[in-house]
Ligand binder design. Structure first.
Ligand code: BG6
Length: 489
């Protein structure tokens, strides 16, 4: 039996078809789904952009991109058949008077056939593109529109985008992507929590001391200075990826594993997030910016040096937050969030630290040991730390060691990129792993409050050396609470 259930034949149009996201993620994701037999040969992939280019040149660009992204999974002999699916249409999406008929003529006729319009462009074009699609009669039953993050830069701009898109598409046709939700280990979080009897009874303030969510990157700006400097770590990573991870960790079990049930539970967490005000912003958050230091053992520039023109930017490249979810299950339990660029290594973890045993039989440090570590990337794993007795006579010595479920050891499959899963879900019309309008807006509402608090308190970022674990204040924030950031080893 095929491992992958094929989807119905579909058309996908990628706006921004020559851009970074298309080359690094979207085209390679489609290629791999096709290699696995999930995409029918009668499907069509249309790249669009402003550049003058013909289909032959676009296919060549796509080929290079897929080969580069695939590494050892590249299959030269399969390419000729795959590239037959690909076409290019030149269109200036910024021009409402552009000729959309050329695009329309490339699409397979049929109102109900899935037609995916993927907006891999700057968000300020989202509404105009949707309006043009509507005018060209391309927003019918089978149409789905995909919005990449960031959806706006604050609540007001996100609402304006959502309103504009809603003029043309129903909410059930709108797929707001957060690629973290397509990561295998992130999906596994729900399976782990709700597919096992073990964890749920312990999953609350009664047994959990605190939660840590870290997304650390060792990379710096990677040529995205222009976007990043206007965004910063809070808007780029916390507003979407970290908050989504927090929601999946904190939410109640949905009644069924279906899109609106899951999204309704997530929004309850979002609206329970306690606002952070100027009065407590220095206690509850840390802003950092990397200075010169090391990357991969070599000297690395600081953020300001990487920005051209001797900038005095106060954009944060690191943020740590002590967040609180004000509800029955989590009252008083801190959720520590942390993300940064140019940190010592790339790793993303969710750490659930359980409370001490009520009575300590085995010596002073023996109590606070149970910890569930969900390693999202790299070397995906789930580790449950338990107390065990060290072998040997001469006194009873106990030690905390992990029950270790490593994905690489347990599964031999190639690890699909998050976009592979998400693209196929879009074709199927499954919204479970996409953000609903109210979720995006609730996340902005909380983040806007925090940005205002930073501004009111004039909270400038603290430098940290490239290649470190972030500013000193981040360790001190934990220290004040008698806790530490979890570090493996
Ligand atoms: C993106 C951010 O959404 O996620 C980037 O814009 C970041 O700044 C990236 O590097 C991290 O994604 P991943 O999948 O590499 O952890």
């Amino acid at each position: 039996m095929a491992k992958f259930v094929p989807v119905d034949p579909f058309d996908i149009v990628i706006f921004g078809g020559t851009g970074d996201l298309s080359r690094r993620k979207l085209l390679p994701a489609l290629y791999h789904r096709w290699l696995d037999g999930q995409i029918p040969d009668t499907s069509t992939i249309i790249g669009t952009a402003r550049s003058a280019m013909d289909t032959g040149a676009y296919r060549e660009m796509a080929r290079k991109a897929c080969e580069l992204a695939s590494g050892t999974a590249w299959k030269e002999e399969e390419w000729p058949a795959f590239e037959k699916l690909i076409r290019y249409v030149q269109i200036d999406a910024t021009d409402p008077a552009a000729d959309w008929a050329a695009l329309k003529s490339e699409l397979t006729p049929g109102e109900t056939r899935p037609r995916v319009f993927y907006l891999a462009t700057s968000p300020h074009l989202y509404v105009d593109i949707c309006r043009s699609l509507g005018k060209a009669g391309l927003s019918g039953e089978g149409a789905r529109v995909v919005l990449e993050k960031p959806i706006g830069t604050d609540l007001a701009s996100a609402q304006a985008i959502n309103d504009g898109v809603a003029e043309v598409f129903d909410e059930r046709q709108v797929f707001r992507i957060d690629h973290y939700l397509g990561k295998e280990t992130v999906q596994n979080l729900m399976v782990l929590r709700f597919g096992n009897i073990l964890f749920e009874p312990l999953w609350s303030l009664n047994y959990i001391d605190h939660v840590q969510i870290t997304v650390a990157e060792d990379l710096g700006l990677e040529g995205r200075a222009d976007y990043y400097d206007r965004s910063g770590a809070l808007r780029d990573m916390v507003q979407n990826h970290l908050i989504q991870l927090l929601c999946l960790t904190a939410m109640e079990p949905p009644n069924v594993y279906a899109d609106d049930d899951i999204r309704t539970e997530k929004i309850k967490v979002l609206t329970a997030l306690k606002p952070i005000t100027a009065q407590d912003v220095r206690k509850l958050t840390v802003r950092g910016q990397y200075a010169a230091g090391l990357h991969a053992g070599k000297p690395a520039k600081g953020y300001l040096e990487e920005l051209s023109g001797g900038s005095e930017s106060e954009t944060e490249t690191f943020v740590a937050i002590k967040a609180s979810v004000g509800n029955w299950r989590w009252s008083g339990i801190p959720f520590y969030l942390r993300t940064g660029k140019r940190m010592s290594s790339r790793h993303s973890d969710i750490v659930i630290q359980f409370k001490s045993t009520p009575h300590n039989l085995f010596g002073e440090d023996a109590g606070t040991v149970n910890r569930l570590v969900i390693r999202l990337q790299p070397d995906e794993a789930v580790r449950l730390y338990v107390q065990i007795k060290e072998p040997g006579p001469g006194g009873l010595r106990v030690k905390s060691l992990p029950l270790n479920l490593s994905y690489a050891e347990s599964f031999t499959l190639r690890y699909p990129d998050a976009y592979e899963r998400l693209l196929m879900d879009i074709v199927r019309g499954n919204l479970s792993l996409f953000m609903r309008r109210d979720e995006v807006e609730a996340a902005w509402r909380w983040v806007d409050g925090l940005i205002n608090a930073w501004e009111e308190a004039r909270y400038a970022p603290e430098p940290y050396p490239a290649g470190s674990d972030g500013p000193l204040s981040s360790a001190m924030m934990m220290d004040r609470d008698g806790r530490q950031w979890w570090k493996e080893g």
